[in-house]
Every structure is written in structure tokens, then in C-alpha cells.
Design a protein around this ligand. Structure first.
Ligand code: G3P
Ligand code: CA
Length: 222
């Protein structure tokens, strides 16, 4: 059972910050999940929301702001919005990364950033944009990719097989034993997100998933 820290370890430190990644490292996660977006000047940053309004005192969409604009904004506690490169540096040599591409068009810049940073740990590239994962597969035949889904499709594994993904990440309240078994039969690794309550973690673990994504990754038994 893999333990994946959601947005770093968002239950313990402001989400998607270097502090959150460092906290996840101290909790000995297998992977940190990080949300990736691009600024107006095409710099990759780690940030979840499309707009900065909820988490900072600023306003506007990440895609309409430059990296310099974002650098002037801070999260509660004075934490900066990190670049992807800074996030990879914080994880290097310690934990794997699960990079969620939040918008289309990030495959090439994400690959370039991974290469430039020399990140040597395990990488899983995740997205709700399954055609982006297929595009990535064509560029990198061996990369691990994870197709995200909230729901239970008629054909359980079809969406992930079409994307040539190695993993799926399913919203835990739409998972069930037969669904997990069908995904496994199709050769897919199954992660559940975002599971925080101990009783839910226990229930989802009982379905036989391969990994759990949690804001509180220390609550997941190995
Ligand atoms: O890892 C999957 C999960 O992070 C997707 O949902 O909204 O937390 O990015 P969200
Ligand atoms: Ca995410």
C-alpha cells in the first residue's frame, strides 16, 4: 500500500508549499501529490486553484498572472507559491512525486522541467485530462501515468486503457470492490483520493487499492 501525501501533506501545512512537501517527507510518504499549472509567462508553478483568490490576498487566474506577480502573493503563514523546479528539489532523494497536470498543454514543459531538474526519484504524471496522458505516453513510452476520475463508468477500465495509463486515481466515494477488481484485471494500479478520515482509510484499504492519497498520509498503514 503506497502512501501519497495530498498537495504535500495538506492536513499539516499550507497545501502545495515547500513546507507541505517537507512535512510529507518527515511523514515518510512514498509520493507527494502536487498540482501543476502555468503562469502567464509559461513558468510552471505548484498551485491547486485556477484562481489565486481563495489562498492568497490577490485576485485573478494563475494563467493571467506572471511568475513575478505570483511571487508577490503569499499563502497564510507567509509561504510562497513554489515553482515546480523548487518542489522537485525539495522532494529530490527523499520521496517520489505525483504531478497532477491541472490544465492542458503542460506535458512538454513538465518533461523539460523534470529533465532540467535532474529529478531522480519515481514520477507519476496524473491528470483529469486523459488525452494529455495519451500525448505523454507517445512521447515517453515508459513513464507512469495516472488517469483521474470521479465516478464509475459503464466500462470500468476503458477510460484508462484508452489513455494508455498505468494507474488510475478514483474519488474514493465512487470506488467499490468490483470496480477495483475490474481495474486490477485490466492491469491497472488503483489509487484512491482524497481519503482523510481513519474509518474511510480503513474501508478503502479493504477494497485492495494500491495507494491512498491523503492530506494526513501518516494515517495510512503501510
Ligand atoms: O490526486 C487526486 C486529487 O488531487 C485530485 O483532486 O482537486 O485535490 O486536485 P484535487
Ligand atoms: Ca491534485
Amino acid at each position: 500500500m503506497l502512501r501519497i501525501g495530498h498537495r504535500g501533506a495538506a492536513g499539516y501545512a499550507p497545501e502545495n508549499t515547500l513546507s507541505s512537501i517537507k512535512k510529507a517527507v518527515t511523514l515518510k510518504v512514498d509520493f507527494v501529490e502536487l498540482d501543476v499549472q502555468a503562469t502567464k509567462d509559461r513558468q510552471l508553478v505548484i498551485f491547486h486553484d485556477r484562481r489565486v483568490d481563495r489562498l492568497t490576498i490577490g485576485k485573478g487566474a494563475v494563467a493571467d498572472l506572471s511568475l513575478a506577480d505570483l511571487r508577490r502573493l503569499t499563502l497564510p503563514g507567509g509561504h510562497a507559491i513554489p515553482t515546480l523546479e523548487e518542489g522537485l528539489k525539495a522532494a529530490e532523494g527523499k520521496v517520489g512525486v505525483m504531478l497532477e497536470l491541472k490544465i492542458p498543454g503542460l506535458v512538454e514543459p513538465a518533461l523539460e522541467t523534470l529533465k532540467r531538474s535532474g529529478f531522480s526519484g519515481s514520477v507519476i504524471v496524473a491528470s483529469f485530462f486523459h488525452d494529455e496522458l495519451l500525448h505523454l505516453r507517445r512521447l515517453q513510452p515508459k513513464v507512469q501515468t495516472l488517469a483521474l476520475l470521479v465516478g464509475q463508468p459503464v466500462t470500468p477500465a476503458g477510460f484508462a486503457l484508452e489513455a494508455k495509463a498505468t494507474h488510475v486515481g478514483i474519488a474514493f466515494d465512487t470506488l467499490g470492490k468490483a470496480y477495483v477488481d475490474a481495474l486490477h484485471s485490466a492491469g491497472l494500479q488503483v489509487f484512491a483520493f482524497t481519503v482523510n478520515e481513519p474509518a474511510d482509510i480503513q474501508q478503502v484499504a479493504g477494497l485492495g487499492v494500491d495507494g491512498i492519497i491523503s492530506d494526513f498520509p501518516d494515517r495510512i498503514q503501510k
